[in-house]
Design a protein around this ligand. Sequence first.
Ligand SMILES: [Zn+2]
Length: 281
Amino acid sequence: MGKFQTIRVGEAELIALQDSWTTRGPGGFFEGVEADAWEPYAEWLDEDGLMAHNFGCFLIRSQGKNMLVDTGLGQWPNPLDLHQPPSLPGVMQEAGIPVGEVDLVLFTHLHWDHTGWNTRGEEGALELTFPNARYIVQQKEFDYWTGPGDKPTNGPDYERVLAPIIAADRLELVNDEYAATREVVAVPTPGHTPGHVSFAVVSAGERAYVLGDAAHKPVQLTEPDWYPGFDLDPVESTKSRHMILNRAEQENALLAGGHFAFPSMGYPTQVDGRRSFRYVT
Ligand SMILES: [Zn+2]
């Protein structure tokens, strides 16, 4: 079973939910960045020199609403060498937010590892994992993945995770700075995918950003020009990453990154005159 951790943001709550995780060598994860470039960053690797790769979602509780950001890997076969089977619904149950109590599912983007638990059950008789939720997707993101032309293979499995939501009339397409509540607002961070957004949580003078894939690893606070090869537009994604990380640093905001090793949340900090990241424990 995955883990969870709760942090308060003003009057709101942010809960990191681990769906699953794996480990891999750091070399080549970022385009052109081989293992030796990681030498100054051994603190982000384990004793075998490997990098933890988390698959995490976040639950935001704000103004009486439960909002799940992204839905992880899901029950589907996948090529990853995972350390545990994806377990988001069970982790949510343990955290005290059963799947039936989710009001909104907010997507940062529609990659397969962010949309997996949209549905579950037997093929041919799939059910919505969050039966009482509306599923909120940026129009630009939906149009990209469902529009004409060849797409990368890491998009959403349309028949499994989008068609059932559309058939149940639960999909809602929104634009840019969509406000889920007065405290929870989308912040466009395009580049990883065309309609990628992060989410700002602003409550009682405190702030957090749920990054989505605007950053994949804490090392990018120090090396914001490092980007993974699967960013669709690396120039734009790098611009977005600089923007959101600079903003978070200025505001002393909590950062939540689903691919950051669990507990996936922490603050920008300065170490030896360079920006770094400090996990909350
Ligand atoms: Zn992604």
